[in-house]
Write a protein that binds this ligand. Structure first.
Ligand SMILES: NC(=O)c1ccc[n+]([C@@H]2O[C@H](COP(=O)([O-])OP(=O)(O)OC[C@H]3O[C@@H](n4cnc5c(N)ncnc54)[C@H](OP(=O)(O)O)[C@@H]3O)[C@@H](O)[C@H]2O)c1
Length: 261
C-alpha cells in the first residue's frame, strides 16, 4: 500500500531508540524527510539517514529550538510525532504518597509539556501544509491505577490535549490522533536501570521473570509484548493522507489488555 508520504517532512521526538527510533525508520522507509530529536544521537538513529537534532525536550526552550532547526532543514512540516516520554527517574513504584512535587513536575515536563511546547511551535507550519500530529500516549491513560500515578495522569492529560487540538485545528485541515500502547518491548521494560527493572525489584522478581509474566498479568491476549515496529506501522498509517477522516481518536495498541469498549 502506498501511504503517499514520499518526500513529505516530519519531526519525531524521543527518536534515538525504542518506539521513536522505529517510527523514524518507518517514515524514512516511506520516503519521508525526517528530523529526529533526542538528547543523544545514537548510531542506530544515524543509520536511518534521518537528520538528528540533539535537544533536551524537557526544558522550556528545547521544543522551539527543535522546530526552528527542523524548519531550517526541511523548509516546511507535514507531520509531527510527539513520542518523547517515559518514567522521569527512579522511585516510580512506591505509590502516590511517595511522589514529591519535583517528580510530578519532571514527569509532566517530559510526558506532557514537551508535547504541548513542540506542538505550539509546529502548528503554524502544520496548518500551512494541512499537516497532521500523532501523540504517543499510553493505555495507562485509561487504566491510571496500573502505572506510576504521575506518569499515567500526565498521559491522560496528553490524550485529552490531542482531542481538544483535533477539534480546534480540524477546520484548518490539521488532523490530530493519539496512539496509546500497552507494554512495548523497549528499554523502559528491558534496560537494567529502567522502570521494568525497578518494578521487578519491588515485586521480588528477576527482571526476565517479570517480562515473561507481564502479558498474562496485564491481560494481553496476544501473549506477548507489543513490538516497536507495530506501533510505528500504526503511526505511519495515521500520518498518511489515507487516514484523512481519522482525527480526534485514541488508538489503543495493547494486545487486548484493556477490556472495556
Ligand atoms: N515502552 C512501553 O511499554 C510504552 C508503553 C506505553 C507508552 N509508551 C510511550 O512511548 C514513548 C516512547 O517510549 P519508549 O519505550 O520507546 O522509551 P525509551 O526506549 O525510553 O526511549 C525514549 C526516547 O526519548 C528520548 N528522551 C528521553 N528524555 C528526553 C529528553 N529530555 N529530551 C529529548 N529526548 C528525550 C530518549 O533519548 P535520550 O535519552 O538520548 O534523550 C529516547 O530516544 C514514550 O512517550 C512512552 O511513554 C511506552
Amino acid at each position: 500500500m502506498d501511504l503517499q508520504l514520499t518526500n513529505k517532512a516530519a519531526v519525531v521526538t524521543g527518536a534515538s531508540r525504542g518506539i521513536g527510533l522505529a517510527i523514524v525508520s518507518a517514515l524514512m522507509g516511506e520516503g519521508m524527510r525526517v528530523v529526529a530529536a533526542a538528547r543523544t544521537i545514537t548510531p542506530e538513529l544515524k543509520a536511518t539517514g534521518a537528520i538528528g537534532v540533539s535537544v533536551d525536550l524537557s526544558k522550556a526552550d528545547g521544543p522551539a529550538r527543535l522546530v526552528a532547526e527542523a524548519e531550517a532543514e526541511l523548509g516546511g512540516l507535514d507531520v509531527l510525532v510527539n513520542n518523547v516520554g517515559g518514567g522521569a527517574g527512579e522511585g516510580q513504584t512506591g505509590g502516590f504518597l511517595t511522589f514529591t512535587d519535583q517528580q510530578w513536575y519532571d514527569t509532566f515536563d517530559l510526558n506532557f509539556l514537551a508535547s504541548v511546547r513542540t506542538t505550539r511551535a509546529a502548528l503554524p507550519h502544520l496548518s500551512g501544509s494541512r499537516g497532521t500530529i500523532v501523540n504517543i500516549s499510553s493505555n495507562g491513560a485509561r487504566t491510571p491505577h496500573a502505572g506510576p500515578i504521575p506518569y499515567t495522569t500526565a498521559k491522560a492529560a496528553l490524550t485529552a490535549f490531542g482531542k481538544a487540538l483535533a477539534e480546534e485545528f480540524g477546520p484548518q485541515g490539521v488532523r490530530v490522533n493519539t496512539v496509546s500502547p500497552g507494554a512495548v518491548r523497549t528499554d523502559m521494560w528491558e534496560s537494567p536501570d529502567g522502570y521494568g527493572a525497578e518494578l521487578a525489584q519491588s515485586m521480588g522478581l528477576e527482571q526476565k521473570q517479570l517480562l515473561a509474566h507481564l502479558p498474562t498479568a496485564t491481560g494481553m491476549v496476544t501473549g506477548r509484548l507489543v513490538s516497536p515496529d507495530e506501533v510505528a506501522a500504526l503511526v505511519a498509517y495515521l500520518a498518511s493522507p489515507l487516514a484523512g477522516s481519522t482525527t480526534g481518536a485514541d488508538h489503543i495498541i495493547d494486545g487486548g489488555a484493556i477490556k472495556t469498549v
